[in-house]
Design a protein around this ligand. Structure first.
Ligand SMILES: Cc1cc2nc3c(=O)[nH]c(=O)nc-3n(C[C@H](O)[C@H](O)[C@H](O)COP(=O)(O)OP(=O)(O)OC[C@H]3O[C@@H](n4cnc5c(N)ncnc54)[C@H](O)[C@@H]3O)c2cc1C
Ligand code: SF4
Length: 462
């Protein structure tokens, strides 16, 4: 059933303009000038701030001396998903946030864009910097093909493992393919990165769900170790009346459409309400505006000070003309003939901060009001998708559904390792990469352990 009223269609040129790169690529001259600003700090804080510890001054120096290929090698050696990270990392709070230039009252070095410049240079030219290691006769399975698994698979392939990645989705890449805003990265960028991992001999089996199409017994029989990188699941429901109406979407469902469909085919209401105030909510509201929605509300029960979205993401939404309704809680989605017509909300009061500094939002009596919208998007966090792992003996889950691992990213079942969003509860691509690589080291140590030595004993020795 169509939406009650959709936003007017834009021209193809307008869509492309609206979803063009928010951090456009640098040309060689811009890169050389920017690289020459770097102070090549000793114990560089930018490197320390990077979860994958990319040698930032090392690659910037290579760019400055014209060795762009060498720069890409430095980046990809530490982080095989350097292409994605150059585009999507929250550099403002990581490497660039730590850059000493801030102390000098100057703009931070544009590390993300320089990284992108170097990695694009080799990927655009199909330059192969790495090869699979000499086969060691061991096999590893990765469940999921998101950043965590890709990083784990690439690291193991370079050590000589035969790695097979299983993913239930049609396309590989996890949220880099299906979730991250189109003005940061496109499906083609993510798939190009998957090709890089494939070039190391890693095999991909898409449309294959572990626990449904392939059992844990089969995996255990065929593989020496298994990495779990299943991320998180669909968006939580809000449990308010009206959620079944046509025009109510989960954030991921809506964003996925902006990634895999031509922009003109993504229906968006003329007026849209998005519930939530994290980075995903910002992606929803900015995408809605860029698709042509005329009025887009971001609705959050607490205040601006409590929103979890990064400051620069918030600024982007403000620039896109989003309307913020703070201290507002939806109570009912209104509809007629099965489609959304509006949203009933109440105002909230914020309690004093509790022991964790969190302020509970309490609905204010008789403060109900309605807004007219044709589309409501829930962006209130993702459900865990790990319950199926209980079928594999010994894997434990935390109360919130994340997988319990030790410092080597090994689960309660020694043959299984895990990393990425399904372990950290939802973070950034670069964290998933760092955890996937840490798990690869853990797997290598486990597989090479002499027979008869338990992984617990080896843990004590380390
Ligand atoms: C809307 C949105 C925007 C984001 N924007 C950014 C951003 O701008 N920058 C940033 O750094 N991070 C961003 N993130 C976070 C980032 O995308 C994640 O942290 C990262 O993708 C986690 O990687 P992962 O490999 O752990 O999981 P995922 O990327 O979620 O991949 C998990 C994969 O596992 C597969 N899978 C699940 N269960 C099974 C099963 N049983 N069998 C087989 N396959 C299975 C899924 O199909 C999926 O492909 C964003 C996240 C969201 C939701
Ligand atoms: S902190 Fe800034 S100036 Fe120092 S090495 Fe890193 S990017 Fe260069």
């Amino acid at each position: 059933m169509p939406l009650r009223e959709t936003a007017p269609k834009l021209t193809p040129e307008q869509y492309e303009k609206n979803f063009s790169d928010i951090t456009p690529p640098m040309n060689p001259r811009q890169a050389a000038i920017e690289a020459s600003r770097c102070l090549y700090c000793f114990d560089a804080p930018c490197t320390i701030a990077c979860p994958t510890r990319i040698d930032v001054p090392g690659f910037i120096k290579r760019i400055m001396t014209g060795n762009v290929r060498g720069a890409a090698r430095v980046i990809l050696e530490a982080n095989i998903l350097g292409e994605s990270c150059g585009r999507v990392c929250p550099t403002e709070v990581l490497c660039e946030g730590a850059c000493v230039m801030h102390e000098k009252g100057e703009e931070a070095i544009e590390i993300g864009r320089l990284q992108r410049y170097a990695v694009d240079h080799v990927l655009d030219r199909n330059i192969r910097l790495f090869h699979a290691g000499a086969p060691n006769g061991r096999c590893v399975a990765c469940i999921g093909s998101g950043p965590a698994s890709l990083a784990c698979a690439a690291a193991l392939a370079r050590l000589g493992y035969q790695v097979t990645v299983f993913d239930r989705s049609e396309l590989p890449g996890g949220l880099s393919t299906y979730g991250i805003a189109a003005y940061k990265t496109r499906v083609t960028d993510s798939l190009r990165e998957v090709e890089l991992v494939k070039s190391l001999g890693v095999k991909f089996r898409q449309n294959t769900e572990i626990g449904r199409n392939v059992s844990f017994d089969e995996l255990e029989k065929d593989f020496d170790a298994i990495f779990i990188g299943v991320g998180l699941g669909e968006t939580w429901a809000m449990d308010i009346p009206g959620e079944n109406l046509e025009g109510v979407y989960g954030a991921l469902e809506f964003i996925e459409r902006t990634k895999v469909l031509p922009f003109a085919e993504v229906s968006v209401g003329r007026r849209v309400a998005c519930i939530g105030a994290g980075n995903t909510a910002i992606d929803v509201v900015t995408a809605a505006r860029r698709l042509g929605a005329e009025i887009v509300h971001l609705i959050y029960r607490r205040s601006e000070h409590e929103m979890s979205a990064f400051r620069y993401e918030y600024e982007l939404a403000k620039k896109d003309g989003v309307n913020f309704l703070w201290q507002t809680q939806p109570v009912r989605i209104l509809g007629a003939n099965g489609v959304v017509t509006g949203l009933e909300c109440v105002r909230t009061r914020l309690a004093e901060p509790d022991a964790r500094g969190k302020r509970a939002a309490q609905p204010t009596l008789n403060s109900n009001f309605t807004i007219e919208v044709e589309m409501v998007v829930r962006a209130v966090g993702q459900k865990p998708t790990t319950e199926f792992l209980r079928a594999a003996n010994g894997i434990e889950l935390h109360k919130n559904g994340t997988v319990v691992v030790n410092e080597r990213h090994q689960t309660g079942n020694p043959k299984y390792f895990a990393g990425g969003d399904c372990v950290n509860g939802g973070s950034e691509v670069v964290d998933a990469v760092a955890e996937g690589m840490a798990a690869a080291r853990g797997i290598d140590a486990y597989v090479k352990m002499p027979p008869g030595v338990s992984s617990d004993a080896s843990r004590q020795e380390n």
